[in-house]
Design a binder for this molecule. Structure first.
Ligand SMILES: Nc1nc2c(ncn2[C@@H]2O[C@H](COP(=O)(O)OP(=O)(O)OP(=O)(O)O)[C@@H](O)[C@H]2O)c(=O)[nH]1
Ligand SMILES: [Mg+2]
Length: 222
């Protein structure tokens, strides 16, 4: 009985994710699900990506947090549509679900958007289990988290298309092996596309922005 309930939750989430994917295909809107542990740099990365892409694409953001609107406030300077989901107001969940994303999309003018960035709740486990109907799942791993996370949290890494290895500006201060982390990444997901970056200095972002711009243009035809 318990297993059936769990299956139903995942099934209804997946069905809504499929609906969202169909809607975004019709509207020609690209959507990214940005996931990581708390503090790996999702908001700082989103800030940089908006800055680099907003000249070419019309962008909106969905911010996921358990509590506070702090991340939405950090991005408000860009003057783009932002909706904050604060899960403490209803269930306190540590992940976002597709039905909530659907409601947020209703709050945007999809005919006048090219890109939606979802910042998922800081958590390396649960968000990976809930499909949101996006085009690209991006996992952020900061070098301060250690080399072993891809093998310890395999679902997050093998269900993502892209990995941003963040905070490389801190490497001179750490005993950190890029060879070891990349070996762990490849063992978990041999096809994931990886970009070493620093959201603080901007290092590595030209390649990320070029990659995303190409993917967004493929979908939107812009
Ligand atoms: N040195 C360094 N610090 C960074 C970098 N990226 C982010 N930070 C810092 O790391 C801290 C957390 O960054 P956030 O962008 O808030 O991380 P987050 O993943 O959005 O955090 P949650 O939303 O709480 O899960 C902040 O103090 C950032 O300034 C980076 O590339 N290098
Ligand atoms: Mg954040």
């Amino acid at each position: 009985m318990e297993i059936k309930v769990l299956q139903d939750i995942f099934e209804s989430n997946r069905n809504m994710a499929d609906e969202i994917a169909a809607l975004l295909k019709e509207k020609k809107v690209y959507m990214i699900d940005l996931m990581s542990s708390p503090g790996s740099g999702k908001t700082t990365i989103t800030d940089r990506l908006i800055g680099a892409l907003k000249g070419s694409f019309r962008i909106a953001v969905i911010e996921g947090d358990i509590k506070t609107t702090k991340d939405a406030e950090k991005l408000a300077k860009h003057d783009i549509p932002i909706i904050q989901i604060e899960t403490a107001r209803f269930s306190g969940d540590c992940h976002l679900e597709s039905s909530w994303i659907r409601k947020c999309l209703d709050g945007f003018d999809l005919d006048n958007l090219d890109l939606v960035i979802i910042e998922n709740i800081g958590n390396l486990v649960c968000p990976a289990e809930f499909q949101l109907g996006d085009d690209e799942r991006i996992v952020v791993l900061s070098v301060t988290e250690g080399e072993d996370k891809p093998v310890k949290y395999p679902l997050m890494f093998n269900s993502s298309h892209t990995l941003l290895l963040n905070k490389i500006d801190l490497l001179p201060h750490l005993e950190y092996s890029m060879d070891e982390v990349m070996e762990n990444v490849r063992r978990t997901n041999p096809t994931i596309v990886t970009f070493p970056v620093s959201a603080k200095t901007g290092e590595g972002f030209d390649a990320v922005v070029a990659h995303l711009a190409r993917r967004i243009r493929e979908k939107t035809g812009k």
